[in-house]
Design a protein. Structure first.
Length: 259
């Protein structure tokens, strides 16, 4: 059996930057164990699989170790493949997902993703979190991830996490963030518990970051940069209980999986 696979760099206009995702178009769902095995073999932060559905496409995301409820960069990568490689002619793609219906609109050279907005709750600062990051945050909020807020972009860039300690935390991952020097805010994301020591650019994290910084800065349209080694830019617009994330993507590779 053979499956077409694309590798796409998301949230960038150039290859070798942004966040790489594998994208696999299929006519029907394969067994979940096989989907997970493909994601493990790819060893990228996310592999996206999609099939046609009544509304548009049904979309699922797998890390090397588990399926996840929401992934922004792999959604952007999938929309890029559908628009640029599969000849989709409508202006908006509807994805049916575990996080509800998601919408991606082509707007010039950008793809705009309409995602749910999440507001986190302030929590006590765990000493394991402090030791894992090597520096104490100004404040910490949480839902299924921790959001640790720092004073400066330089502090966020300098963090060298202890991945073993972070994997001991009770939540999925840790987002670190601070005001940016030439953007509204910067961030990084660590999730060793689900096989992602550091994600290059995390769309789902910006569904939490954007509402937080919109409240702090008093503005609903924000510029953001994830300051991982690869780096990537995200434009965020907060709309009540939704966040519109905009970015570009480039196809790095087209291949075929044979098994």
């Amino acid at each position: 059996m053979k499956i077409k696979q694309y590798q796409v760099d998301a949230f960038t206009t150039r290859a070798f930057e942004g966040n790489p995702a594998a994208v696999c178009p299929m006519e029907n769902w394969l067994d979940d164990d096989l989907l997970q095995a493909i994601a493990e073999e790819n060893n990228l932060s996310e592999t996206a699989f999609f099939v046609p559905s009544a509304k548009g496409f049904s979309l699922r995301w797998f890390t090397p170790v588990k399926e996840v409820d929401l992934c922004g960069h792999a959604t952007l990568a999938t929309a890029h493949v559908i628009f640029e490689s599969l000849g989709f002619t409508e202006s908006v793609i509807t994805f049916e997902t575990r996080s509800g219906d998601l919408f991606v609109k082509k707007q010039g050279n950008l793809l705009q993703m309409d995602f749910p907005a999440y507001k986190l709750t302030a929590c006590e600062i765990s000493e394991t979190l402090v030791q894992g990051l090597g520096v104490r945050p100004l404040e910490v909020l949480a839902d299924d991830d921790y959001l640790a807020v720092f004073d400066s972009e330089a502090t966020v860039r300098a963090i060298s996490p202890n991945q073993a300690l972070l994997s001991q935390l009770d939540l999925r991952g840790v987002i670190v963030t601070a005001p940016g020097t030439d953007v509204d805010f910067v961030s990084r994301f660590f999730a060793p518990k689900i096989g992602i020591p550091e994600d290059p650019v995390t769309g789902a994290a910006h569904c939490k970051l954007a509402p937080y910084w919109a409240g702090k800065l008093g503005k609903n349209t924000l510029s953001a940069r994830q300051v991982s080694k690869r780096g990537g830019n995200v434009t965020c617009e907060v709309k009540t209980n939704r966040v519109v994330l905009s970015g570009s993507a480039v196809t790095f590779m087209e291949a075929e999986i044979a098994f």
